[in-house]
Design a protein around this ligand. Structure first.
Ligand code: SAM
Length: 172
């Protein structure tokens, strides 16, 4: 069963709230496609990329185009500049590809990003600091974009325990 889209992704897509027919979104490191399907249901054409063939084959929709690629290999980055209206990254971090990500967003297009922050290693996985954002780091990585919303949150309740950093910004 496909997991539900994150509340942050829902919030950002509602905030963008522009007519989405003919708009193209890229779901990077898409996993089993929960956000690809959400974006597709909201009218986007979606390119879904992941390294894992098994995850990619676990979902299908007419307006979702799935690509198996290693997005961390800077020499084989598969996208041209200014291709996407929205790029979405959740629960994945490689600082080195931010330049590529920004380059692939159209002018006035959006970046939606959400992943784990430092301190999360005490609550769950990932524990490797390479995969954990430092305080304000997401702001620095997107400094050349226009900030719309940003938050660093710690959630500990009966259902979930995590620290996440989240941003919505625009390529102006
Ligand atoms: C924690 S999952 C997140 C999946 C999805 N974004 C979500 O939030 O439901 C991380 C994903 O990154 C993918 N991944 C890891 N390294 C990758 C790489 N070098 N290139 C492409 N995808 C990669 C994994 O296969 C996995 O599906």
């Amino acid at each position: 069963m496909i997991k539900e889209a994150s509340n942050w992704v829902k919030f950002c897509v509602n905030t963008i709230n522009e007519a989405s027919s003919n708009r193209i979104a890229l779901d990077l490191a898409c996993g089993s496609g929960r956000h690809s399907i959400f974006l597709s249901n909201r009218g986007y054409k979606v390119i879904s990329v992941d390294l894992n063939f098994y995850y990619l084959s676990s979902f299908y929709k007419d307006n979702i185009f799935r690509i198996r690629a290693d997005i961390e290999n800077l020499y084989t980055w598969p996208f041209k500049d200014s291709s996407f209206d929205v790029i979405l990254v959740t629960n994945f971090l490689n600082r080195l590809i931010f330049k590529n990500i920004k380059g692939a967003i159209k002018k006035n297009g959006y970046l939606i990003y959400e992943t784990f922050g430092e301190g999360h290693e005490k609550l769950g996985s990932p524990k490797n600091k390479n995969y954990l954002l430092r305080k304000d780091e997401l702001l620095k990585l997107t400094h050349n974009m226009s900030l719309i919303y940003y938050e660093e949150v710690k959630v500990i309740n009966f259902e979930a325990r995590f620290i996440k950093h989240r941003i919505l910004c625009k390529n102006v």
